[in-house]
Design a protein around this ligand. Structure first.
Ligand code: NAG
Ligand code: NAG
Length: 153
C-alpha cells in the first residue's frame, strides 16, 4: 500500500501532465483582448502558406472541406449561377456552407471563412428567390430614395 506522500506526489504528476496536455492559450481567440493585440498574435502564428491561403478566394465548385482545412482558404464565392445543386433548397445551402466552414474551423489556426454570393439583384442564385432589378435599373426609375422609410411607405 502507498504511503500518503507518494499518493500526493502521484496526483501532482498527473495534474501536471493534464495541465501540459491542455491547449495552448491563443491570444487571438480571446475576445477580451484588444483587436490589435489579437491581430498581432494571429499574424505572428501564421505561416506564409496560411497567409496566402487566407488571401485566396475559391469558387464554390472548386472548394471542399478538406481543401478549406488544408490550405487555410480565406473565402468562397458563389458566382452567378453557382449553386450547390439545381433547385437547391435552403437546407442544401446550409449544409454546403456548414461543410466548408467546418473545414475552415478544423484548420491549424481555426480561422473561419467568409462566404460571398454574387447577389447583385436579390439573392438570385437561390431557387425561387425574389429577383429585384439591377442597381442600374433602380437608378433608371429616376426616383431618389432618401431613406428606408420612403421605400416601405
Ligand atoms: C473548378 O471546377 C470546374 C468545374 O468542376 C472545373 O472545370 C475546373 O477545372 C476547376 N478548377 C480547378 C482549378 O480545379
Ligand atoms: C468537421 O470536421 C472534422 C475534421 O475534419 C470532422 O472530423 C467532422 O466530422 C466534421 N463535422 C461535420 C459536422 O462535418
Amino acid at each position: 500500500m502507498m504511503k500518503a506522500p507518494s499518493l500526493v506526489l502521484l496526483w501532482g504528476v498527473l495534474w501536471l501532465c493534464c495541465w501540459a496536455a491542455e491547449a495552448e492559450y491563443m491570444a487571438y481567440k480571446d475576445p477580451k483582448k484588444p483587436m490589435n493585440a489579437r491581430i498581432k498574435d494571429l499574424m505572428g502564428r501564421m505561416t506564409l502558406a496560411e497567409k496566402l491561403g487566407q488571401m485566396t478566394q475559391l469558387e464554390r465548385q472548386n472548394a471542399t472541406a478538406e481543401i478549406m482545412r488544408e490550405y487555410s482558404i480565406g473565402s468562397v464565392l458563389s458566382g452567378g449561377g453557382s449553386v450547390p445543386r439545381p433547385q437547391a433548397s435552403t437546407q442544401d445551402w446550409i449544409n454546403m456552407f456548414n461543410d466548408f466552414q467546418n473545414g475552415s474551423l478544423s484548420s491549424r489556426l481555426g480561422i473561419p471563412m467568409i462566404y460571398g454570393i454574387d447577389a447583385v439583384h436579390g439573392h438570385n442564385n437561390v431557387y425561387k428567390a425574389t429577383i429585384f432589378p439591377h442597381n442600374v435599373g433602380l437608378g433608371a426609375t429616376r426616383q431618389v430614395i432618401h431613406s428606408y422609410n420612403e421605400i416601405i411607405l
